[in-house]
Design a protein around this ligand. Structure first.
Ligand SMILES: NC(=O)CC[C@H](N)C(=O)O
Length: 229
């Protein structure tokens, strides 16, 4: 299967995301923010980084890139779309996911291996997990605090849109410890931690508690298996 990984000016983790796709057994396709062409891919990854230097708000300028017209169309038609960190910020800025991400409550950039609880498995990117399963995925962000209006939070919780929650200390101060969300259909998923950094022995989290740091690979395999089915 072919998975498009979009590079924006300031994207940092596109190569890592391409490698994760390859390790999951599929073909990464490099896509460029300035094009209006998805090159016939079957799924999309919006990787992490500092698009446009985080000016205005993280992901706000990238969300208005030419390629985002096609990303929104494809997402609305049901194509699996994964937004990682800066990519999650873009998905909220493009209104494909509700709420927004603002500066961490502590005001400092956080980097750590983070335990997450998988709350929803009926998405294209989490169908290999068990509900309630705890996984470890590296986190690295300055603006990862998920916020939404009380009405939006009630809808998000009521419709079961939360996919991942932080376990233990909430590193960002997110409402309801939300680390990742999906749309109602479950094809669009965004999360702040970086699954592409937990796909290879020796390079991911050093925990032995949870499959030796390979939890990220299951996220990439989930969508690809669904497409293949
Ligand atoms: N790792 C990332 O993608 C970082 C996203 C964003 N630049 C932030 O600091 O919050």
């Amino acid at each position: 299967m072919r998975v498009g990984v979009i590079t924006f000016p300031g994207t940092l983790d596109d190569r890592d995301a391409q490698r994760a796709v390859r390790l999951a057994g599929h073909e990464p396709v490099a896509l460029w923010h300035g094009e209006h062409d998805l090159h016939g891919v079957d799924a999309l990854v919006l990787p992490g980084g500092f698009s446009y230097g985080d000016y205005l708000r993280c992901g706000a300028i990238a969300a208005r890139s030419p390629i985002m017209t096609e990303v929104v169309d494809a997402a609305e038609r049901g194509m699996p779309v994964l937004g990682i960190c800066n990519g999650f910020q873009m998905l909220t800025e493009a209104r494909l996911l509700p709420g927004g991400l603002v500066r961490n409550q502590t005001g400092v950039f956080v980097r750590r291996d983070q335990v997450l609880r998988v709350e929803r498995t009926s998405t294209d990117w989490t169908n290999r997990f068990a509900e309630g399963q705890e996984i470890v995925i590296p986190l690295k962000n300055g603006e990862g605090r998920f916020v939404a209006t009380p009405d939006e939070v009630a809808r998000i919780e009521g419709e079961g849109l939360v996919v991942f929650r932080y376990v233990g200390d909430d590193p960002n101060g997110s409402v309801d410890a939300i680390a990742g969300l999906a749309n109602a259909k479950g094809n669009v998923v965004g999360l702040m931690p970086h699954p592409e950094h937990a796909v290879e022995l020796g390079f991911g989290p050093t925990t032995t508690r949870m499959k030796a740091g390979l939890d990220g690979l299951d996220i990439f395999k989930s969508a690809l298996e669904r497409i293949a089915a």
